[in-house]
Design a protein around this ligand. Structure first.
Ligand code: E4P
Length: 219
């Protein structure tokens, strides 16, 4: 399972890249707004900078809600960098835009996916990635990770090559469950990436090794 970072914060991305585990980045309008990025121009600059730092798929989302607008924005976003992927929502209009853009060879990340039917249609329309939103489903009392597992199973059964990106990740256990469910990718907030590596027994162990070593050296 590959790890993407779900952020538009360059410092977080640079740090994750230094850790050697980062294979891609997902952004969305909310994440961009959080970083004070406003307008398509500054979104483009930010995405291009991210695309220089990370040698993997960088998802940038369209803002239009109608087919022609999504297609035009998608074509524009696809020119920002060779590794940019266009994020399109799981709507009927999005599906039509996805199929047009995919036929032009533009890679799509189908976002805001909440059902297996949406995922299947997106994959059939040519999406390279489909992102089931696990945390938001959990928030509504559904089992978000079950959708990931169902997608993995059905895509395997029909030899669909679209990658399953477990998204809307809230905590490290989501990453464990995504790996067990067979997700191709998990896209995690920076905080969750740090939590994945943290274990209190590791901290205690390091401190104890140092204490014991100091005692011997002083003795
Ligand atoms: C995925 O690509 C999305 O950007 C993201 O995972 C949304 O997560 P949220 O539910 O925390 O906003």
């Amino acid at each position: 399972m590959l790890i993407f970072l779900d952020t538009a914060n360059l410092e977080e991305i640079r740090h994750a890249a230094r850790l050697g585990v980062l294979r891609g980045v997902t952004t969305n309008p909310s994440l961009a707004a959080k970083e004070g990025i406003g307008g398509l121009g500054s979104y483009r600059v930010a995405v291009q900078e991210i695309a220089r730092v990370v040698d993997g798929p960088i998802s940038a989302e369209v803002l239009s809600t109608h087919v022609q607008g999504m297609v035009e924005e998608g074509r524009e976003i696809a020119t920002w960098a060779p590794n940019v992927v266009v994020k399109i929502p799981s709507t009927l209009q999005g599906l039509e835009a996805m199929s047009t853009l995919a036929r032009e060879g533009i890679r799509i990340n189908q976002t805001l996916c909440f059902s297996l039917n949406q995922a299947l249609l997106g994959a059939l329309a040519g999406a390279s990635f489909v992102s089931p939103f696990v945390g938001r489903l959990d928030d509504e009392g559904h089992d978000g990770m079950q959708l990931v597992a169902d997608m993995v199973q059905v895509f395997q059964k029909y030899r669909i090559t679209t990658k399953v990106v477990a998204a809307s990740i809230r905590h490290p256990l989501h990453c464990v469950a995504a790996a067990k469910a067979g997700a191709d990718i998990v896209t995690v907030p920076y905080k969750v990436l740090l939590q994945m590596m943290h274990h209190p027994l590791t901290d205690v162990g390091v401190a104890r090794f140092l204490q014991d070593w100091e005692k011997t050296v002083k003795a």
